[in-house]
Design a protein around this ligand. Structure first.
Ligand code: S3P
Length: 176
């Protein structure tokens, strides 16, 4: 498999706990590209943690900051491997931005796998309270929201290495 740099950005989308950041880092390493995490970019721009932005300014402010950060990152010289937050796909404008010249990869995982993964990180503001209930509710609310991707990979049974290989194979086939 070639480790040729892609011609365009690769954007990873998917629900919380599907492995976007981990896969992004490994894919970037394989391809010799820079990785970028939109959540980390929001924290840098706002000077506050995600939890603190939600608590002090609310989700609406967070979503506006997310759109601004995403737009800036997508305009950067690349190619970049970009990991987005799970809700970045909700605004139609964000989806359009992602589809303008990037290869969009959706990562999915079974709900129970998601619950196991996110339970290790208690800081996600949208999962406060009963995590299981919140995950099932949000998955229902967001049904179909990740379907606009060029490629979808169910990561439930796969190692990070296998996910990365599948993305590379699809990139080769699509001449990304
Ligand atoms: C969110 C996902 C989080 C983060 C924020 C909101 C969401 O990112 O952007 O807590 O709406 O799904 P991860 O998907 O990286 O956890």
């Amino acid at each position: 498999m070639s480790n040729r740099k892609p011609r365009q950005h690769v954007v990873l989308i998917g629900f919380m706990g599907t492995g976007k950041s981990t896969v992004g880092k490994q894919l970037a390493e394989q391809l010799g590209c820079t990785t970028c995490d939109v959540d980390a970019e929001i924290v840098r721009r706002e000077g506050e943690t995600i939890a603190s932005i939600f608590a002090s300014r609310g989700e609406q402010h967070f979503r506006a900051a997310e759109t601004a950060a995403l737009a800036e990152v997508l305009q950067s010289e690349g190619p970049l491997i970009i990991a987005t937050g799970g809700g970045a796909v909700l605004a139609p404008a964000n989806r359009e931005l992602m589809l303008q010249g990037s290869f969009v990869v959706a990562l999915t995982a079974d709900p129970e796998q998601v619950i196991a993964r996110v339970s290790q990180d208690p800081d996600r503001p949208l999962l406060q309270g009963d995590v299981r209930e919140r995950v099932y509710k949000l998955l229902e609310d967001r049904k179909g929201a990740y379907d606009f991707a060029h490629l979808t990979i169910d990561t439930t049974q796969l190692s990070v290495k296998e996910v990365v290989e599948q993305i590379q194979q699809a990139m080769e086939q699509s001449k990304v």
